[in-house]
Design a protein around this ligand. Structure first.
Ligand SMILES: [Zn+2]
Length: 262
């Protein structure tokens, strides 16, 4: 979705959209702080399921490397200093922990196929995985769900834990140019031009799955018309809207758990 000048003016952002950095080190640190905070938020929302789930952030200098969570560490404990950098072959080149093979298989292929994508998020959150079993796209049932209208896909070929790069490639192909994919019988995958945006799409997509499950269990929901859904998507589904929606969550988790910045 295009980011328009009007969007930015209306937001009155104190520091502007996507802050600029004097050095690559500052930009890396910014992404790492967003990433560590995102894991704390995933932990808070209950998006963890054992050792499953990963969020990645592209390194601003080594563009085919990404930062990811240490395999097996509780999302609620992750600090900036715990994050791991992985190169294009899956080798850990920075950090003291290992990396989930499925995280590399999926995220390396998504980052490779989509140079515009700075971050990608995936977990086995309850409503996302429940919805995924239906093999259906989300309908435009609510204003929030319209963020995904004509901008997400279903990957309908579950064959086991994703460990090989070919399957990661097929997931990236299904994602296409969209912001999210529903991995059938598995869970949700979202991407963004910032960590903030990718993680916000994940949170609001999980809740949109919950809302549609609740609504369809209760009756026959009324859909938003295609024209209204398209307009709403341009309002709540832009890159800047996704990025901005994450800010209150980031501010809250950093104030409550400042050790995440260590
Ligand atoms: Zn998974």
């Amino acid at each position: 979705m295009a980011t328009t000048d009007t969007d930015l003016a209306e937001l009155r952002l104190p520091h502007g959209y996507l802050p600029q950095f004097a050095t690559v080190e500052e930009e890396r640190r910014h992404r790492q702080e967003r990433l560590a905070a995102s894991f704390r938020l995933f932990g808070r929302f209950g998006f963890d399921e054992g050792v499953a789930g990963h969020i990645t952030a592209r390194d601003p200098e080594h563009l085919d490397h990404f930062w990811v969570n240490p395999f097996g560490m509780n999302f609620k404990h992750i600090r900036v200093s715990d994050l791991v950098r992985v190169d294009a072959t899956g080798q850990v080149v920075e950090g003291d922990y290992g990396v989930n093979a499925a995280a590399f298989a999926i995220h390396s292929q998504v980052h490779a196929a989509r140079p515009d994508v700075i971050a990608a998020a995936h977990s086995h959150s309850l409503h996302g995985k429940a919805w995924s079993t239906l093999g259906r796209l989300l309908d435009p049932l609510t204003q929030d769900a319209c963020a995904f209208y004509e901008d997400h896909a279903v990957f309908d070929d579950y064959t086991g834990v994703v460990l090989d790069l070919e399957e990661g490639k097929r997931i990236a192909h299904a994602l296409g140019e969209g912001k999210a994919a529903i991995l059938r019988n598995h869970g949700l995958l979202t991407v963004g031009h910032s960590v903030d945006e990718a993680v916000w799409w994940f949170i609001t997509m999980e809740r949109s799955c919950q809302a549609q499950l609740l609504a369809e269990a209760a009756g026959t929901p009324v859909l938003i018309s295609p024209d209204a859904a398209r307009l709403t998507a341009s309002q709540v589904g832009s890159h800047v809207a996704g990025w901005f929606s994450f800010s209150p969550l980031y501010d809250a988790i950093v104030r409550e758990q400042p050790d995440l910045l260590e």
